[in-house]
Design a protein around this ligand. Structure first.
Ligand code: FPP
Length: 247
């Protein structure tokens, strides 16, 4: 992956977050402030994604997970939903070559059956196309909801119990996450939400039990690799105790 010239000093030696998850909020307000349609904001937001993915290696971040569309976002107008779906299709088509060239492994989490076939095929293609990349792990949450994920995981788990593949007594904190969409990912260390809203909004509910949170006022289209690097640095100064006492 090419280095990012704007981050002067590498952050890889710090005690920073290995997995950063981002709730990219504020596209609509960013567009409204410019008297433009909401989709204009989503397009500007999509452009920020590449910049942050490219900043990961210099920031020592191995896993980046971004919330692109929630199970609740279907409640938006048909026009906005259709525009977002079309943006995701174009985005995957346009960016996949670049991600592969930059050694980024792309995967998707969320409930796929509700997405249209063209988009699902592109998601499969992107995952296969970047499967042997060994650099940054980019996970895009698309039609994702934490509660929905736990419900779907429970269905699969119950099926394994019913079919005799799993003992009820064997179900514990190690077993359940193996059924989540994120089973191959470490838990996020840092969750960032832009746009001044201090809510979790159904994002990575199980996985974020011990994550640190940063709620910042910047609207997502104004987010930058400098802000990302600052938040990563600030995380290094935090004292995570996972429920234990101060050592
Ligand atoms: C929240 O802003 C943002 C979304 C629901 C969509 C997120 C999508 C992108 C950043 C662009 C595409 C991403 C990829 C991976 C191609 P909002 O619309 O809720 O903003 P508001 O709160 O100001 O209305």
């Amino acid at each position: 992956m090419t280095s990012t010239p704007k981050i002067a000093e590498k952050l890889t030696d710090h005690d920073g977050p290995r997995h950063v998850a981002i709730i990219m909020d504020g596209n609509g307000r960013w567009a409204q402030m410019r008297n433009r349609p909401r989709l204009f904001g989503h397009q500007a937001g999509a452009r920020r994604v590449r910049e942050i993915v490219e900043a990961c290696p210099d920031c020592g971040v191995d896993y980046l997970t971004i919330f692109a569309f929630s199970t609740e976002n279907w409640k938006r107008t048909q026009n906005e939903v259709a525009g977002l779906m079309s943006l995701f299709r174009r985005y995957i088509r346009r960016e996949m070559e670049a991600f592969r060239a930059e050694n980024v492994q792309v995967r998707f989490i969320g409930d796929r059956p509700r997405l249209d076939k063209k988009l699902r095929d592109l998601m499969d293609e992107a995952e296969a196309f970047t499967a042997d990349c060994t650099g940054t792990n980019l996970t895009i949450a698309l039609n994702y909801g934490g509660r929905d994920e736990v419900a779907r995981a429970t269905q699969r788990l119950a099926r394994d119990v019913a079919d005799g593949r799993l003992d009820v007594e064997a179900i514990d904190e190690e077993t359940l996450p193996r059924y989540l969409d994120t089973y191959v990912l470490p838990d996020p260390d840092l969750v960032i939400r832009t746009s001044g809203e201090a809510r979790v909004s159904n994002f990575l509910l199980w996985q974020s039990a011990y994550a640190e949170y940063e709620f910042i006022d910047t609207l997502w289209p104004d987010f930058s690799e400098e802000i990302f690097a600052d938040l990563v640095k600030a995380y290094g100064n935090r004292d995570r105790r996972y429920g234990g006492a101060k050592g």
